[in-house]
Design a binder for this molecule. Structure first.
Ligand code: HGY
Ligand code: MN
Ligand code: MN
Length: 413
């Protein structure tokens, strides 16, 4: 095979163009699953797949598959991919590098005359971000069987619109039960992603290869207090839902900072109140709490601490609560042989490489239930992510795509 020519200008142009397909004001990116912008983003990427000669299909929850047919169609394909949906106030690289980068890697392999024996399949997962339904990795959870169909079918967004209603808007066909794939459907899955952390940049290393993905969990708490006139309702006896929520958010911080593990992270990322009028005592509050650690035991200990604090705070404040574990996931252990393949490719390309833990979750977390997996990380500016100043340079992206292309070639030959 001739040396690979990754067309970084073309790839950068595509990243920039996709970033303009957003629900927000550029440079802010936001593409919530099945929104009008997400549908335009999907169409944009599907078009690039067609231009690269890939065979497209979509499943009943909107996962998109773009396949480069190999010479031996009986062999399980090698897969790579990520997501293009984006949370509010996002940047333009999270997920996108691992989707557009695969198309670029395939085009470079095609141009170098490589002919895969195993098919190489790009997967663009539905709703990796939890924005719409409060649970992340919806597409890969269903795909891997981690999320039961009945639980998925019951998902609603904050206005009560169901997953089925959104699937109709997204043009999805078929029953959710058809999303589940047989265990040996892929030979391997490798996801290219920005690190979303500061380590590679700080240590001046070009490539990270992921050995383990931290264990995420989400807790949802609904609070019902008693509203009233801000002027006429005296302080004694108030049952202020916001203040109960505020104490719970502080309990999350306390639980995360007292485990003794530097890897425990707790965030009350969503905190909504009603009625939201300056002169009205908040009668309702909703919290969505994100709690993670690389060790399940530590994460679970912190989660249980929060679950004990909620009733105690609410009892003291006379506020009623509902509490629900939305997801409590195990960490993923990546495949050692696959990790070694990436290390070898980096050696051949003379790119410094570091074995790492991913603190962010990814679809790879669930693909690990389906087949051997690993991830290829590239540095990002100060580790920033989930903010508009998220940035990786064309050079850093090119390095990641080159390593991915050579890795896919090794796995597909
Ligand atoms: O939250 C995460 O870890 C991922 O970026 N969705
Ligand atoms: Mn993200
Ligand atoms: Mn991501």
């Amino acid at each position: 095979m001739q040396p690979l020519a990754i067309n970084e200008q073309r790839l950068q142009r595509q990243i920039d163009e996709l970033a303009l397909i957003t629900e927000a004001e550029p440079p802010v990116v936001m593409r919530v699953i099945f929104s009008e912008a997400d549908m335009r983003g999907r169409a944009f990427v599907k078009n690039l797949c067609r231009e690269a000669g890939l065979v497209l299909r979509e499943d009943a929850v909107g996962n998109i598959f773009a396949r480069w047919e190999g010479s031996d169609k009986n062999l399980p394909p090698v897969a790579s991919g990520s997501h293009i949906d984006a949370i509010p106030n996002a940047g333009k690289y999270d997920g996108v590098v691992g989707v557009l980068g695969v198309i670029e890697a395939i085009r470079a392999l095609q141009q170098a005359g490589f002919q895969p024996k195993r098919s190489i399949e790009l997967i663009i997962f539905t709703s990796e971000e939890p924005t719409r339904f409060g649970i992340g990795c919806l597409g890969s959870r269903l795909f891997s069987g981690v999320l039961p169909v009945a639980k998925a079918a019951a998902l609603k967004d904050r206005d009560g619109k169901t997953l089925d209603e959104w699937r109709k808007i997204g043009g999805c066909k078929g029953d959710l039960s058809s999303v589940l794939l047989p265990k040996d459907c892929y030979a391997a899955f490798v996801e290219l992603h920005i690190e979303q952390g500061p380590i590679l940049e700080a240590e001046n290393i070009d490539i990270g290869v992921v050995e383990k993905i931290a264990a995420p969990s989400t807790l949802r708490v609904g609070l019902t207090g008693v509203g009233g006139h801000a002027g006429a309702t005296l302080m004694p006896g108030r049952r202020d839902a916001l203040l109960a929520g505020a104490e719970i958010a502080l309990a999350v911080e306390r639980a995360a900072t007292t485990t003794g593990s530097p890897d425990t992270v707790g965030t009350t990322g969503v905190f909504r109140i009603e009625p939201g009028a300056v002169n009205s005592v908040p009668c309702r509050a909703w919290l969505e709490i994100d709690l993670r650690d690389t060790l399940v035991k530590t994460r679970d200990g912190a989660l249980e601490k929060i679950e004990r604090a909620v009733p105690e705070i609410c009892k003291r404040r006379g506020v009623e609560f509902q509490m629900e574990r939305v997801n409590v996931d195990a960490p993923a252990i990546c495949d050692a042989a696959l990790v070694q393949t990436v290390v070898e490719v980096c050696g051949e390309l003379k790119l410094p490489v570091k074995k790492m833990i991913s603190r962010a979750y990814h679809d790879t977390l669930f693909m690990a239930q389906v087949c051997p997996t690993t991830m290829i990380f590239i540095p990002c500016f100060k580790g920033y992510s989930h903010r508009p100043d998220e940035y990786s340079s064309p050079e850093q992206i090119k390095n990641g795509v080159t390593v991915l292309a050579h890795t896919l070639a090794k796995l597909a030959e």
